[in-house]
Write a protein that binds this ligand. Structure first.
Ligand SMILES: [Fe+2]
Ligand SMILES: [Fe+2]
Length: 279
């Protein structure tokens, strides 16, 4: 299996002093040597500036995978397409669903969905491919497909809602995708926001790939806003995995990030903008 180099192009914070720009969002460059895949695009388009500073040519990206239809993972897509030109973009058919966050302090609901029309992105070069089921995108690399919700303790963030027929209802985030990469030393699990629950995702990864050893977990875990029961049970689960790399970021939040750093000192990496990890 080809080795995989993951570079965090955009994350909420910057960890290296190179003139990189952070924003609330996530974007990772996956470099397999013979192919480069962009996993999410952040919110503002800073991935382009950051890639240049880090020495990566985004015109050489071969395809884009979108983890889900929130603005902080898709907001950089238009600028990226204008820079890169036509290429395949993989996502769930609910990508453009009207994702909202519940109104706070009597404010109205806040739109969190993709900040572009599909036609705008298609005109700028997005060649969309829609998936609901797991698919092997290249040898060893799997797009998760929809994540079965199996654990009792993992709930989609109850602030996330959709508006259906004028009613505000819980958003179940069926479009939440992750990526799984099978290496000789076990699975590398790449998360967008893990809205379907980290444990549900990792268990699904084992079933889909047939590899039960989990080597690394990277990306947004959404543990910050989770209940304390979910946080605790997820930490117990991670303890049983024997990871060599735990690199949470983005919606993990500062409190949970600190706790994971203390609980898993040997495997924890703070995966900020500019971080590169090799598997
Ligand atoms: Fe996010
Ligand atoms: Fe999200």
């Amino acid at each position: 299996m080809k080795s995989l180099k993951v570079t965090i192009l955009v994350e909420n914070t910057v960890g290296v002093a190179l003139g990189l720009l952070s924003e609330w969002g996530l974007s990772m460059l996956l470099d397999f040597g013979d192919e480069r895949i962009l996993f999410d695009t952040g919110e503002q388009g800073n991935l382009i500036n950051n890639a240049q500073i880090l020495g990566h040519d985004l015109r050489q990206i071969d395809r884009v995978i979108l983890s889900h239809g929130h603005y902080d993972h898709t907001g950089g897509l238009l600028k990226f397409l204008q820079y890169r030109g036509r290429l395949p973009v993989y996502a769930h058919p609910d990508l453009f669903m009207r994702h909202y966050r519940r109104g706070l302090n009597r404010e109205g609901e806040k739109y969190l969905g993709v900040p572009f029309l599909p036609e705008q992105l298609e005109s700028a070069g997005a060649d969309f491919h829609w998936y609901r089921k797991p698919v092997e995108l290249r040898p060893g690399l799997w797009l998760s497909g929809e994540i079965p919700r199996e654990t009792a303790f993992e709930q989609v963030d109850d602030r996330l809602v959709e508006i259906k027929g004028g009613q505000v209802v819980q958003d179940v985030m069926l479009d939440d995708f992750s990526l799984f990469y099978v290496t000789d030393l076990g699975l590398v699990v790449l998360l967008g926001c893990a809205h379907s629950g980290l444990v549900n995702i990792v268990e699904h990864a084992k079933r889909v790939t047939g590899e039960v050893r989990v080597r690394a977990i990277l990306g947004g875990t959404h543990l910050g806003p989770a209940s304390s029961d979910q946080q605790k049970q997820t930490i117990d689960y991670i303890r049983g995995l024997d990871l060599t790399c735990l690199a949470p970021n983005h919606c993990t939040g500062l409190g949970m990030m600190s706790k994971l750093a203390v609980d898993f000192p040997d495997s924890f990496t703070y995966a900020t903008t500019g971080t590169t990890l090799e598997f």
